[in-house]
Write a protein that binds this ligand. Structure first.
Ligand code: UDP
Length: 323
């Protein structure tokens, strides 16, 4: 995408997986990008070429914002569900307090445009699928609760201070772009873990339960390519309207079971990928599938790399490069 208007943008969390892909695409579209990241989970070498890097905390972004920006894309966050259950203060301080301070600094310095990384975890156990933006939000863990709290804060700042804001609720993000892919120190996500088996870095993949109420008994998720997600951020940034906070789900609208994901990884890698079934992981809903109709209708968004095999193939190319 080429930007209609060149903007100066702050990308918080631009050294992380999704933030670095979005920052790279924003630079490619012609924007001026500054990355703010404390590198607690991100990697300095993931920060895209062409970005200015400012090491630091989101909660202390005020002096940086004082130099003037057209908008902020806020990715920096704690995002491990299990950790959020045992260490909630890290999530309430690191996600909610830091984000409110960011909103205050944006208000103080007249920065009127925000795109926020929200999550399907704000919905909790769905009443029905596909999940729409009008469905009930009842998060089942502190991670989802903190992201939802930030969404509420954004709504009120938009109404009171004229902020033009969009929250994007990601479903299961996968794939890679250029040299930017998933490499968490503590890896919990299915696709990178399965690919670690194919790389010989672990013996087998553990399937968390095969007694779910689904066709093959394993959980179903909606996988979306990180570059399609990045495209949605650019469209959201351009379409945001002052005084308005809009929320969009981002997924492909199609679900794949854990077994189907493992099978696709076998096909892509040519590795047998041994799997064993263990008990359910606490907090997992059986099925999460997004309705992204609103993003398609309002933003004109259309995923280009929707097939699971493409998502896995791009993740595999990235995983092999890192070895
Ligand atoms: N999963 C699994 N084994 C693993 C990691 C994940 O069976 O080693 C399952 C998990 O229970 C969920 C699905 O894979 O049903 C996707 O999990 P992931 O952590 O990738 O994303 P989430 O949906 O939790 O955001």
């Amino acid at each position: 995408m080429t930007a209609a208007v060149r903007m100066k943008l702050l990308v918080t969390g631009g050294a992380g997986y999704i933030g670095s892909v979005c920052a790279a695409r924003l630079v490619g579209a012609g924007h001026e990008v500054v990355v703010l990241d404390n590198l607690c989970t991100g990697h300095a070498d993931a920060i895209p070429a062409g970005c200015r890097f400012v090491p630091g905390e989101v909660a202390e972004a005020g002096p940086l914002l004082a130099e003037g920006f057209d908008g902020v894309l806020h990715f920096a966050a704690r995002s491990l569900v299990g950790e959020s259950m045992t260490d909630p203060q890290r999530y309430w301080w690191g996600n909610v307090v830091a984000s409110v301070r960011l909103l205050d600094a944006m208000t103080e310095h007249g920065i009127g445009r925000l795109v926020f990384s929200s999550t399907a975890a704000t919905y909790g156990e769905p009443q029905s699928v596909p999940i729409t933006e009008d469905d009930a939000t009842r998060p089942t863990n502190p991670y989802g609760a903190t992201k939802l709290a930030i969404d509420h804060a954004i709504t009120s700042y938009a109404a009171a201070h004229g902020l033009a804001a969009v929250s994007l609720r990601y479903f299961n993000v996968g794939g890679a772009f250029d040299r930017h892919g998933e490499r968490h120190t503590v890896e919990t996500h299915l696709i990178p873990l399965v690919l670690q088996v194919a790389l010989g870095q672990r013996d087998k993949i553990t399937i968390f339960g095969d007694d779910w109420p689904t066709a093959d008994g394993t959980c179903i998720r909606d996988y979306i390519h990180v570059t399609d997600l990045a495209d949605a951020h650019e469209l959201a940034l351009e379409s945001a309207q002052p005084g308005c906070h809009r929320v969009y789900n981002l997924g492909n609208g199609e679900g794949f079971s854990v077994r189907e994901v493992i099978e696709t990884c076998r096909e892509v890698t040519g590795h047998p990928i041994p799997a064993e079934v263990a008990g359910r992981r606490p907090g997992d809903p059986a099925v999460l599938i997004a309705s992204s109709e609103r993003a398609r209708a309002d933003l004109g968004w259309k995923p280009e790399r929707a097939e699971l095999s493409v998502i896995v193939a791009d993740a595999w190319d990235f995983a092999r490069r890192k070895v």
